[in-house]
Design a protein around this ligand. Structure first.
Ligand SMILES: C[S@@+](CC[C@H](N)C(=O)[O-])C[C@H]1O[C@@H](n2cnc3c(N)ncnc32)[C@H](O)[C@@H]1O
Length: 307
């Protein structure tokens, strides 16, 4: 039977939901380990790994403000339910006009509840901010977007976090990864899922070779076990940074489907890599002369992702 995966209330492009079982099988945690996730995004990996202690961090304050509001009980699952019922009604009456009204309001006030509303009604559950730091994802047209069942689903997703926070020591910090990694020591485990190099030009998602090199430097000096998610190859390209920057790591691959847009033709397979500085049950050390097709690769149709 397949493992039940908890889906968080805030979505993001590149969310690792379908890779969670695979990642969980390969992390090294005990009850005292501090989970450090410097690029939390939706938080789906750490929330499902469910460590007793965790530092979830991201450079995007909207994500962190939302979870800190849940932690401080400024936002509760009941508040979310009432808010989405009320705002969802207005959306069903005024449709995209209302979506853009909330978007404008959010860009002035950055209210975490508005962020949730936008994130769950925008195109493809994306998070994207333009150069002026304004959320600019268009409306994801869908009749009865906030139907009763959808609100219940989101409310339950928030409730899960509320419950975890009752007995787990989790903190949420808005900061660049360098700052987050300063707290790591031998009792921590670091899971990193940075943006893909050169793929985005978003306010919070700008990632260049210098960032990848800086990440490597900080991971090496942390003296901590770490796992890094990245892309390995698709039918057109191979991630050359794996050999250039991460050649000291162990690697396992898994095929993953990314879905961009509405068409089936846009469902492109991408082989993802998990890189670690410890040896994995099934692994092959990367060497510059090892051809990609010799690397161990898993394929499971269960893990085909349709974002
Ligand atoms: C690929 S997403 C993480 C997805 C996440 N693993 C998930 O499954 O939802 C990358 C995240 O890194 C954050 N980020 C980008 N640059 C950063 C930086 N310099 N320091 C910290 N976080 C950063 C982005 O805001 C984004 O949320």
């Amino acid at each position: 039977m397949s493992e039940k995966i908890y889906i968080p209330p805030i979505k993001i492009q590149g969310i690792k939901t379908k890779l969670v079982p695979f990642i969980k099988q390969n992390v090294i945690l005990n009850s005292d380990t501090v989970w450090i996730e410097p690029f939390m995004g939706s938080g789906v990996v750490g929330f499902n790994t469910a460590p007793n202690k965790a530092v979830f961090a991201d450079i995007n304050p909207c994500i962190i403000d939302f979870y800190n509001a849940v932690k401080s009980k400024t936002i509760t699952s009941n508040i979310v339910k009432e808010f989405l019922e009320c705002e969802g009604k207005k959306l069903s009456e005024k449709d995209d006009e209302y979506y853009y009204e909330v978007r404008e309001r959010f860009n002035k006030n950055k209210n975490p509840l508005d962020f949730l509303f936008l994130n769950r009604s925008c195109f493809n559950g994306m998070i994207r901010f333009n150069k002026k730091n304004c959320f600019n994802v268009p409306y994801g047209h869908k009749p009865q977007r906030f139907a009763k069942a959808y609100i219940t689903k989101i409310t339950n997703q928030v409730r899960y976090i509320e419950e975890q926070l009752m007995y787990k020591d989790w903190t949420f910090q808005c900061q660049p990864f360098q700052k987050t990694l300063e707290n790591a020591d031998k009792d921590s485990f670091i899971y990193c899922d940075p943006p893909y190099i050169g793929r985005h030009v978003d306010y919070y998602d700008n990632w260049e070779e210098c960032d990848e090199l800086l990440l490597k430097e900080h991971l090496l000096s942390s003296d901590t076990k770490f796992m890094l998610s990245t892309w390995d190859h698709n039918q057109y390209r191979t991630n050359e940074y794996i050999d250039h920057i991460w050649s000291f790591c162990h690697k396992i691959n898994i095929e993953h489907f990314y879905h961009v847009g509405a068409k089936e033709a846009n469902r492109n397979p991408m082989t993802e890599a998990l890189l670690t500085n410890y040896s994995l049950p099934t692994h092959k050390k990367i060497t510059n002369d090892s051809p990609t097709n010799e690397q161990i690769s898993f394929f499971s149709t269960d893990l085909a992702i349709n974002l």
